[in-house]
Design a protein around this ligand. Structure first.
Ligand code: UD1
Length: 430
């Protein structure tokens, strides 16, 4: 298994190109199941999660052709995927695949909508909490699906097809909103989703569905009104920039000091996180090319933050923020309100000398003068990148094991950082 080795203490300076958003690319790839025509997606990131989902989609009968590598100065990022689901040959998404990536469960809605039946394994994914799927299932039932759970599988039927419904989610869920939105696109009549998640990735999927012929009102709000169609057309759509990758590199610059332009990043997708960074004493400004982040000297200021659904501070940046605050000049408080078990990075950060106390959903982080490099273990996607940030700040060498977690969601992480001056390398175990 590969490891990443970092020798900390170097500031970051330069430009980092931001990739297409993983969390938009995944549901957009799944949207290809809704039409027999070609869906072309540009700016798809090259990630392990994307490759795994492609395997699942191919198993359902989706044809994929890849081209259009965009040439950066030395990096190749952003591929173009042409997906065609002319015939769905298999409506089962097997355990061996779905258990490795939670978002693949979102094939359920589109499969029932188009094929009137589906058998999809209950999901796995990062071990950051129990992560039930009750909201997905109740939403799809409201659209007319009959659902049973059999031997770890969701077995769904809708012999007469799906119909529009009024769904008021009792809790905000990104995945349930995607699943129901995708299904409603091919349901007969109007679907009203209230308390929908408002994450920009949902807006991106909705914009793509509009190009495929669906009428959707309220994009970007918590109320989505969708007029389903019997048949959707093909479309060409560009995946929006990854706000979590953007926020991660912004935290890394805040942590090490330096001056970096996050090329192609959109600050409107990150208003809260950028405001939080500013409170820590980091300068953030929008430029013609992206977001410029700089911190030259000066202490990191302690802050209090809680994670919230968009537009609040994202849970997917909580671990990275915590890594930054381990070196703050005082005590910070972070409350995690989305996932109950998303503090697995705490014990690894402690191995570098961080002073963090956990009490229920709240972490109290008292800044220390020095972090010291150590071997650590990546536990989930965002936790692993928080260890990278801590390693960049630490004195000496940090070795991160189990980096396959990082490869699920960060494209060319070591290259992007080392081009800005970080001493970071991947050690392949052959
Ligand atoms: C998505 C993101 C993930 C992010 C999370 C929250 C993708 C691929 N993943 O995950 O990176 O951390 O949103 O922003 O986009 N819940 C239920 N019942 C359900 C569904 C969810 O109780 O049926 C709960 C979850 O346990 C959690 C909360 O709702 O406490 C939010 O989860 P949700 O927004 O659904 O997260 P995901 O879609 O899994």
């Amino acid at each position: 298994m590969d490891r990443i080795q970092i020798t900390g203490g170097k500031p970051l300076n330069g430009t980092i190109p931001i990739s297409g958003a993983k969390n938009a690319a995944l549901p957009l790839l799944i949207a290809s199941l809704l039409t027999a025509d070609r869906l072309t997606l540009k700016n798809v990131p090259n990630l392990a999660d994307v490759n795994l989902l492609v395997r699942i989609l191919r198993n359902h009968g989706v044809d994929l052709a890849v081209d259009g590598k965009r040439t950066g100065t030395t990096m190749h990022l952003g591929e173009t995927f042409h997906l065609t689901a002319r015939d769905i040959v298999d409506t089962t998404a097997p355990y061996e695949m779905v258990s490795r990536m939670r978002a693949s469960f979102w094939v359920l809605g589109p499969l029932i909508a188009r094929m009137r039946q589906a058998k999809v394994s209950l999901p796995g994914g990062c071990a950051i909490g129990t992560r039930p799927v009750d909201l997905h299932l109740s939403g799809l039932k409201a659209l007319g699906a009959e659902i049973d759970i059999e031997a770890g599988y969701v077995v769904a039927k809708a012999p007469k097809g799906l119909h529009g419904a009024h769904i008021d989610f009792p809790k905000v869920s990104v995945g349930a909103t995607h699943n129901v939105l995708l299904a409603a696109a091919l349901a007969k009549g109007e679907t009203l989703i209230e308390n929908a998640a408002r994450e920009p990735e949902i807006g991106d999927v909705a914009e793509c569905l509009v190009k495929m012929g669906v009428k959707i009102e309220g994009i970007g709000t918590s109320t989505l009104r969708i007029q389903g169609r019997d048949r959707l057309e093909g479309a060409v759509h560009t995946v929006l920039p990854d706000r979590i990758e953007t926020g991660t590199f912004a935290m890394a610059v805040a942590a090490t000091g330096g001056d970096v332009v996050l090329e192609g990043a959109k600050s409107a997708h990150l208003t809260n996180a950028l405001a939080v960074l500013t409170q820590t004493g980091t300068s953030v400004e929008e430029t013609a090319h992206g977001i410029r982040v700089h911190r030259n000297g000066g202490a990191i200021q302690p802050i209090s933050v809680e994670t919230e659904p968009f537009p609040g501070f994202p849970t997917d940046l909580q671990a990275q923020l915590m890594a930054l605050l381990t070196r703050a000049g005082g005590t910070s408080v972070i409350r995690e309100t989305i996932f109950e078990n998303r503090f697995m990075h705490v014990q690894e950060l402690a191995r570098l000398g961080a002073d963090i106390h956990l009490h229920g959903d709240t972490a109290t982080v008292t800044g220390v003068k020095v972090l010291t490099g150590a071997p650590v273990m990546a536990t989930d996607l965002r936790a692993s990148v928080s260890l990278v940030i801590a390693g960049l700040m630490a004195e000496g060498t940090t070795t991160i094991n189990r980096v396959y977690h990082l490869d699920r969601g960060f494209e060319q992480l070591e290259q992007k950082l080392s081009r800005c001056g970080a001493d970071i390398e991947r050690i392949s175990s052959g």
